[in-house]
Design a protein around this ligand. Structure first.
Ligand code: GLA
Length: 727
């Protein structure tokens, strides 16, 4: 619902309200974001006060309007601001911009970037005009009522004859009232992506983001602001994300007057975008949600939003087997055929040949860009392998890193100017490779055609789209410093063309593991590779961190060999399977090298997964512990109708005479009877009991006598129970 009345603008979702007003000076004053409020008498949300401080600024003659103490919907420089502003723009003389309200419209079609959300209930655009020039700033709001999400972005339109410069334009700015907040970020590095870290918001600003041209493993665009008292299931939490895969930033700044100013958008450090007459500039979409049901509340909103309004692929995703850890670069047709046989026997639905399949790619110094088959490795051609795979009723897929180029490649020899390289300077490489200049139309066409050939000539139904280095050596900018933005938009143009032309092609996102796990990529990739680290202990923490902002079905998980190739830790196949099951499930190992028992376990697990995924795709999930710091990760995964619950418990370390684990389930029907089964146990209980009393885990090993019935969970061990509604 969007309502404009008496200069008050009220945007409402089912459980939240967002309110601002137009002041007599034409400013937009932010009044409320949080739980739902009534439609009328919104003036009660406005502060009634005279000038805030002796040293504040106010319009001459009106001391009731303290400019620097007012929460603005968007703030502009040169107003005596004590906090950072969301917008910095200048004209050719260095004059800054200051916008005032001009108009507001409901129901207009939003001019979003290509990667954007879809299926909104309504839109609002507030048009602001610069006080001195013919330049407009549009503030867009897209409303998703059922999932309690509002997305926002800004557009600048230059109708002046002169160029103008954009130095900073955040997608959203939000002032939150109250000064007892914490900020949670999700960051890490290769192999330990998206681990939750909580920071107190003291005075001053907390600024985070990426500068590398990619969203990055170092700082995911998803973050939360929560009341210090907020827990997993109660009290106020705000969560934010960005539909963007390039360099980004977010900040939280607490002012001395009890307000935290939050912003997110494109990385503004060193940013400069020149806008000519008639041109417009659009920011990526910022996504925000609020819940008074704690961190699980905002996660559930974000999950439903991603499932319904971000991912676009329609169709079931296959249980896939990937060749990377089974073969690395040592790929032959014979080996691939054997893996196809093994995968088919176990019930896989797709086989994906990773890096190393294409011409001359014998190691990671060679051949990126030459996306053609290697006849030495595949004497009968890729198409015959793809056909063999399809004859076994499986999709055939391959790995590709289309944004990259190796110097030792036919592509580079023919088009050396396509690579980003600073002339006459010592080259900077990442994994021995260079980035293609995606902003060139000819490069975009090359990538689209190369992918087209793989699909049409080789019969590929699945692409793993990798990206293994950061951007550097930008020497082709047009005098402005906006290359990272233009690169990201070019990537989206390429993905648009490919996904429109081949809607059935499944594209897995990957970037040195989970280095580009963001809402931009998820517009084109139904799932993204979570991390190269598949060790269950590391993985449980990574998946749990990821689950704060992203639903399980977009997390691609693999079971791999033990000892693990990244951590060298050994683990039981059960733990690996149970953790990998909490997402889109697959494997990267040689099925033919598994012992008989492990083969059976994997084949059984595939059957279970095929059964579960019907409801896992739009499940609702709860974290029942803080697995980022506790000894247990406990995940309750529930079907949309609430009839099925899967309870997954992962124990990091086994302690003798450990405390009893009593798990209180969420979201069950009080009066319904549930059957609990798993790990050799069958029990019945009413929803009310399971919610308030809890389910006591049969785990009583005290170090004296061990029997199967004691249900011991060892180091990196798992237990999985199903709870099914009986009626
Ligand atoms: C990256 C990916 C891996 C694998 C290799 C292949 O590191 O994250 O999964 O595809 O590239 O070179």
């Amino acid at each position: 619902m969007i309502k404009i009345e008496d200069k008050f603008i009220h945007i409402a979702t089912n459980n939240t309200s967002y309110v601002f007003c137009i002041t007599p000076y034409g400013d937009l004053q932010h009044l409320h974001y949080g739980g739902r409020v009534a439609d009328n008498h919104l003036d009660v949300l406005k502060e009634l006060r005279s000038v805030l401080l002796v040293n504040t600024l106010y319009p001459d003659g009106d001391e009731s309007y303290g400019i620097d103490g007012t929460c603005f919907e968007y703030s502009f420089a040169n107003r005596g601001n004590s906090s950072a502003v969301g917008t910095i723009m200048s004209d050719k003389n260095g004059g800054v911009f200051d916008f005032v309200f001009s108009n507001a419209k409901i129901g207009e079609v939003p001019p979003t970037l290509a990667a954007s959300s879809h299926g909104y209930d309504n839109t609002l655009v507030v048009i602001m005009k610069d006080k001195c020039r013919n330049v407009m700033l549009e503030l867009w709001y897209l409303v998703y009522e059922n999932v309690d999400v509002i997305t926002r972005f800004a557009r600048v339109i230059n109708c002046e004859k002169e160029d103008i410069s954009i130095h900073k334009l955040m997608s959203a700015q939000l002032d939150i009232f109250g000064d007892d907040f914490e900020l949670t970020t999700f960051d890490g590095a290769w192999g330990r992506e998206r681990i939750a870290k909580t920071h107190t918001i003291n005075s001053g600003s907390f600024l985070a983001g990426s500068h590398s041209g990619m969203s990055g493993a170092e700082c995911n665009p998803f973050f939360m602001i929560k009341d210090k008292s907020a827990g997993c299931n109660c009290d106020d939490v705000f969560a934010f994300n960005l539909v963007y895969s390039g360099s980004h930033q977010f900040s939280a700044e607490r002012n001395p007057y009890g307000v935290v100013s939050v912003m997110n958008g494109i990385q503004s450090d060193g940013f400069l975008y020149k806008l000519q007459q008639g041109q417009n500039f659009v920011t990526p979409e910022s996504v925000m949600t609020f819940s008074c049901f704690g961190t699980n509340g905002v996660s559930q909103n974000m999950h439903a939003f991603v499932q319904k309004h971000i991912t676009r692929y329609v169709g079931q995703l296959p249980v896939m087997l990937n060749s990377w850890e089974a073969m690395y670069f040592d790929i032959t047709e014979q080996k691939v055929m054997a893996v196809i046989d093994g995968a088919s026997e176990l019930g896989f639905e797709a086989v994906v040949v990773d890096d190393g399949w294409f011409k001359n790619r014998h190691n990671d110094t060679l051949a990126l860009g030459d996306w053609v088959e290697d006849k030495n490795k595949f004497p009968n051609g890729i198409v015959s392998v793809a056909n063999y795979c399809k004859s076994k009723d499986m999709i055939f897929g391959i790995w590709i890193e289309p944004e990259m180029i190796s110097v030792d490649s036919d592509l580079y020899r023919a088009n050396p100017t396509w690579a980003l390289m600073t002339p006459k300077a010592k080259a900077i490489v990442g994994r021995n490779q260079y980035i293609l200049d995606l902003t060139k139309t000819i490069v975009q066409d090359y990538i689209v055609e190369a992918v087209g050939r793989l699909v049409e000539d080789y019969g590929i139904g699945y692409l793993k789209w990798d990206f293994n280095r950061r951007l550097s050596d930008i020497c082709c900018d047009d005098g402005s410093q906006s290359y990272h933005y233009r690169y990201t938009l070019s990537l989206y143009q390429i993905m648009e063309r490919i996904t429109k032309k081949y809607p059935k092609l499944i594209i897995e996102g990957c970037a040195s593991g989970g280095g580009r796990f963001d809402l931009g990529m998820l517009c084109y990739c139904p799932f993204v590779w979570v991390s190269d680290n598949t060790d269950p202990l590391s993985r449980a923490e990574i998946q749990e961190g990821t689950s704060y902002g992203y639903p399980m079905n977009v997390m691609l998980n693999h079971i791999s060999a033990s000892p693990n190739h990244q951590t060298e830790r050994s683990s039981k196949i059960k733990s690996r399977l149970d953790i990998a099951h909490c997402g889109a499930f697959g494997a990267q190992l040689d099925p033919n090298k598994l012992c008989k028992e492990d083969k059976q376990a994997l084949s059984d697990a595939i059957k279970v997964y095929k059964n579960d995924r019907v409801w896992l795709e739009n499940c609702k999930s709860y974290r029942l512990s803080n697995g980022q710091v506790d000894n247990h990760c406990i995940w309750q995964i529930m079907s949309k109708d609430g009839d099925y619950v899967k309870l997954v418990i992962f124990k990091k370390r086994f302690y003798t005479v450990d405390a009893t684990l009593k798990i209180k389930l969420k979201g069950l029907d009080d009066d319904a009877l549930y059957e609990i089964f798993g790990e050799g146990l069958t029990r019945q209980a009413y929803g009310l009991t399971l919610k308030n009393g809890g389910f006591v885990l049969p785990q009583n090993y005290q170090g004296v006598k061990y029997e199967e019935s004691t249900g011991r969970i060892g180091d990196s061990g798992t237990a999985v129970y199903y709870i099914k509604k009986k009626g």
